[in-house]
Design a protein around this ligand. Structure first.
Ligand SMILES: [Zn+2]
Length: 289
């Protein structure tokens, strides 16, 4: 038996927990962000259940943070596998036991373009996909709105598959922030690596100001806050960072939350050349809380 948790209806956790605790369940999956398994874990721990096993938990819909993967894996004593896809079904991929995100080429063909030019495997760009499943409404070289990079490693995977793989999905194309010196910055997940937050959202409302709304996990303190500020300033330059601790992040109609929001006017973004999101020379920027 597998339980399909619906992101749009935050399920009755007690009911879901009872199903899990019954032991009949072997997998969690569906259009599932890590938020729901995480909520289920907390409910089961609240009930004192630490003896549960599942074969696999499959997540989708939102990037999976390392701490979420660890927490879910420990609670259910099983691997957590990430999947990638979209409603238009022009591309799909799923993580194998060796941890690679293998594409499903029969669903669609994935190209990665930067400034409308193909990039080398391993380099980041916009995903442009051609679907192979829908003869009634063919989507040819369709921009799905995600950015990422294909794996440059074409060797047979340790799992035995020879399917091409996605090295990393870096988020939505419009989820970029802009710096005062004109750079575009993507891929901000590492800001929260090993920081005790359950989930977080970065909002840029001015060129020199970003807000971080976050749900704290146990152990969150001043040092963790300073770490977030420092990592953002390493990437964005001398911006002012406001930390806002909240109970839950608001979801959109599709049940997802946006991890990064840029509220700048197009005129303010204009002319920002694309640049790697990695840390820049941080020695020039003082850390402040
Ligand atoms: Zn594999």
């Amino acid at each position: 038996m597998a339980l399909h948790l619906d992101s749009n209806k935050l399920v009755d956790l007690a009911t879901a927990a009872a199903v899990v605790a019954d032991g009949a369940l072997v997998a969690l999956g569906g259009g599932l962000s890590a938020r729901l398994p995480m909520a289920l874990v907390r409910e089961l721990l609240r009930q004192g259940r630490r003896d549960l096993k599942m074969k696999v938990v499959i997540t989708n819909a939102e990037p999976l943070f390392d701490h979420q993967r660890r927490t879910i894996a420990e609670a259910f004593q099983c691997p957590v596998r990430e999947t990638y896809g979209m409603t238009e079904l022009v591309a799909a991929a799923s993580e194998c036991p060796a941890g690679r995100l293998h594409q499903w080429p029969e669903i669609g063909w994935v190209e990665v373009l930067e400034d409308n030019q193909p990039v080398a495997k391993g380099d980041a760009g916009d995903f442009v996909c051609t679907g192979l499943l829908n003869p009634d409404m063919p989507l040819v070289r369709y921009r799905v709105g995600d950015r990422g990079r294909l794996s440059a490693d074409d060797r047979r995977c340790a799992c035995g598959r020879t399917l091409p793989s996605i090295q990393r999905v870096e988020g939505r194309s419009n989820d970029m922030l802009v710096t005062a010196d004109g750079r575009s910055v993507y891929w901000l997940n590492p800001v929260f690596y090993d920081v005790p937050v359950r989930e977080a959202q970065i909002i840029q409302d001015r060129l020199d100001h970003v807000r971080v709304r976050f749900v704290a996990a146990s152990g969150f303190g001043r040092e963790a806050g300073l770490c977030i500020v420092r990592r953002l300033q390493e990437r964005l330059g001398p911006v002012v960072v406001s930390l806002e601790q909240i109970d839950e992040l608001p979801r959109g109609p599709n049940g997802k939350f946006k991890a990064v929001i840029c509220e700048l006017m197009p005129s303010e973004r204009h002319g920002a050349p694309c640049a790697p999101a990695g840390p820049r020379d941080s020695s020039r920027h003082a850390v402040s809380g």
